[in-house]
Ligand binder design. Structure first.
Ligand code: MSP
Length: 488
């Protein structure tokens, strides 16, 4: 069965920032590592009130606004060389069909009932919150006070699945990773996980509640599906649930849901409860990565540090962004994105490390061997397997470190063996053997970095696999001083 992984679907109330790019690039690396046929789903979460408010601010009808923004997100992923198989938009018809079907299944299992919700709601989180979650009366994440809500709506009997989910987590230690997130989920399910309101009255934007329960609701009054209940269903609507049963049977369950640590309650508690209620298999694994700050500050629109990933890729190259995010931040943990570190990495690891290796070797092969090297060396299997295993275990930093050790080893060999001296002394055989080895090493590196740095990988392949090698242009050129010192 081909590998199947997902990212969260993102709200479209703003353009993507590097935090969103982080998850999506990681998913793309995994997809490329698992090879063709891999199912990689991402998309946009469009039925949120946040989007309605953003549309209002932009002075546009909501549908037009989300259409335009979804296009921006899709285009951004394209420019970052991220290639999802499926891009779900929750305003699309197939997704609505899936949500309706799911609602009917859960309803048939007697897990939907009418009740009155009295309590607090944070529109930033799009979530119901408890007094105890607040600091100084505000949501600790969004720094805004929640709304007081009292409305009659539909509830999902999530509590019915508490014990079953706990037993499942117990029996499947890898279901939620890393272990800290697993423990967090267990304590949440034990202490705070209850039935949840899954519809919103007085809201027109969203997927209308299917008309199966005629005893309730006031005709003409809108009532829509709660946005998280709707959004989670994207993982199955992406692969046919509700509109292509054959495809769905083939592709579900997913091997991996990749999420940030901010949304584990929804993915590790609510989503499993929903699937159990609908009689569907659970995903095999949910991995929650850490959050990073930018130069020590939380990423936020109001601080103005919500960096557009395209600004970085335009200045440093897409592969630099992809490399930096995965090589210097430890995926499961929190970290800091720092511009000083980005510059340093560009110079040290990329320009002086990989870039220098490629230009020196190509230059010497052209100069000393008339562009021709011996047959390629074999025997990189152990290294290849090691890097592939690390990547597939989401140990991206370790995988890249392993590759860079090879790069440094090759550069050191040039320093130690001094090919220019061998040329001077006329030791042609030794020189040809050395440069041929180095070309083989570079070709191996080009294969190893392919999931992480597809463009650079291709350039190396083109530069070193033809019958005649000539000096390559720098892979990571010197950054223009004036551009480098500009703020953006
Ligand atoms: N729409 C919901 C998800 C629904 S999934 C069924 C949502 N969207 S979001 O636009 O707010 O995206 C949240 C995700 O963006 C996080 O889970 C994480 O993957 C990513 N990140 C956002 N900020 C980030 C950082 N500062 N650091 C790392 N990842 C970040 O929540």
């Amino acid at each position: 069965m081909p590998y199947h992984l997902t990212t969260p679907i993102y709200y479209v109330n703003a353009e993507p920032h590097i935090g969103h790019a982080y998850t999506t690039i990681a998913a793309d690396v995994l997809t490329r590592s698992h090879g063709s046929g891999t199912q990689f789903t991402t998309g946009t979460d469009e039925n949120s009130l946040k989007n309605v408010e953003a549309a209002k601010k932009a002075g546009k009808p909501t549908q037009q606004y989300v259409d335009e923004m979804a296009a921006v997100w899709l285009k951004t992923w394209g420019e970052l060389n991220i290639q999802p198989t499926t891009f779900v938009r929750t305003t699309a018809t197939n997704h609505r069909l899936a949500v309706e079907r799911f609602w009917v299944a859960v309803h048939a299992n007697k897990d939907i009932y009418r009740g009155t919700y009295v309590g607090l709601y944070c529109s930033g989180c799009e979530a119901y919150v408890n007094e105890t979650d607040l600091t100084d009366g505000c949501c600790p994440m969004h720094k805004t006070p929640p709304q007081q809500l009292k409305e009659e709506n539909y509830f999902f009997r999530a509590s019915r699945y508490k014990n079953q989910i706990l037993a499942y987590i117990e029996a499947n230690p890898d279901f939620i990773s890393p272990p800290s997130r697993r423990n967090e989920t267990i304590s949440f399910i034990k202490n705070g996980f209850d039935d949840i309101s899954i519809s919103r009255k007085t809201q027109e934007w969203g997927i209308p509640i299917p008309a199966i329960d005629t005893n309730h609701g006031v005709p003409g009054e809108p009532e829509v599906v709660y946005v998280w209940f709707d959004a989670l269903i994207n993982y199955i609507s992406a692969v046919g649930y509700g509109w292509d049963e054959k495809q769905f049977k083939e592709k579900w369950p997913a091997d991996l849901h990749l999420v940030g640590k901010d949304i584990i309650k929804f993915h590790c508690a609510l989503w499993p409860a929903m699937l159990l209620s609908a009689g569907l298999p659970l995903p095999k694994k949910i991995y929650a990565h850490g959050f990073f700050t930018v130069d020590g500050q939380k990423i936020s629109k109001s601080l103005g540090n919500a960096i557009d990933p395209l600004k970085i890729s335009q200045k440093y190259g897409v592969d630099t962004l992809r490399y930096y995010l995965l090589a210097k931040l430890s995926f499961g943990n929190d970290g800091d994105f720092s511009f000083a570190q980005l510059d340093e990495v560009y110079q040290a690891d990329l320009a002086n490390g990989l870039g220098n290796l490629a230009s020196r070797v190509s230059n010497m092969v052209e100069k000393y061997l008339d562009g021709k090297v011996w047959a390629r060396k074999e025997g990189y299997h152990v290294l290849t397997n090691q890097v592939e295993t690390l990547t597939r275990e989401l140990l991206f930093r370790d995988a890249l470190e392993t590759i860079w050790k090879e790069i440094y080893r090759a550069n050191k060999r040039i320093e130690d063996d001094k090919p220019w001296q061998l040329a001077k002394e006329g030791k042609t055989e030794v020189l040809a053997a050395l440069l041929s080895d180095l070309v083989s090493d570079i070709l191996c590196v080009s294969r190893l970095i392919a999931p992480y740095m597809p463009t650079t990988s291709q350039k190396l392949l083109d530069g070193f696999s033809g019958p005649k090698i000539s000096k390559m242009n720098p892979l990571f050129p010197r950054l223009e001083k004036e551009v480098a010192s500009k703020k953006e």
